[in-house]
Design a protein. Structure first.
Length: 92
């Protein structure tokens, strides 16, 4: 999902990119809350094995990356909206 968001961003599709990052964060939150293996969390299965420290680190890093990317895209969309508003007021 993060990679899809990155692809959307490269195509200047900011809102779809934000949606991809948001979905990734929701998925990662589910893993974090349940402490499940990602494959088990996706399938809705009870956790049989806790996350390894390495996997825990990867989940945390991916969560931070998605949060950062989402925040950056929100600022871009806000800036574009403000420029559009300013342009419409200036010309109107």
């Amino acid at each position: 999902m993060k990679d899809k968001g990155n692809d959307k961003y490269k195509k200047l599709e900011y809102k779809p990119a934000m949606g991809q990052y948001h979905r990734a964060l929701l998925y990662l939150k589910a893993i974090d809350a349940s402490q499940k293996n990602p494959a088990e969390a996706m399938l809705g299965q009870a956790s049989s094995v806790p996350l390894s420290p390495e996997l825990r680190h990867d989940v945390d890093r991916l969560y931070a990356d998605c949060q950062s990317n989402l925040a950056g895209k929100v600022l871009i969309v806000y800036f574009i909206n403000m420029l559009t508003l300013f342009a419409s007021v200036s010309h109107g």
